[in-house]
Design a protein around this ligand. Structure first.
Ligand code: 9UX
Length: 72
């Protein structure tokens, strides 16, 4: 099924950063949507459980040059 997670994103300073993070997340197989908010420094991601997971999402963000933490 589909799950939703909120990640805290550090390192974004301009609007293009938002696009970079969104593209990194939507490029992960199993991600159905990703919405990044610069002001709150959060990303909301819907993904298919079993295809990807929080660790993959964090790695994708970090590979794009930002840092991510899963928020409880
Ligand atoms: Mo804007 Mo973000 O010039 O890494 S794209 S700071």
């Amino acid at each position: 099924g589909t799950r939703k997670v909120t990640l805290g994103i550090d390192g974004m300073t301009c609007a293009a950063c938002v696009s970079h993070v969104e593209n990194a997340l939507t490029g992960v197989q199993g991600v159905e949507s990703a919405s990044v908010n610069l002001a709150t420094e959060r990303a909301t991601v819907e993904y298919v459980q079993g295809v990807t997971g929080i660790a993959d999402l964090r790695h994708a963000v970090e590979d794009s040059g930002y840092s991510a933490t899963a928020l409880v």
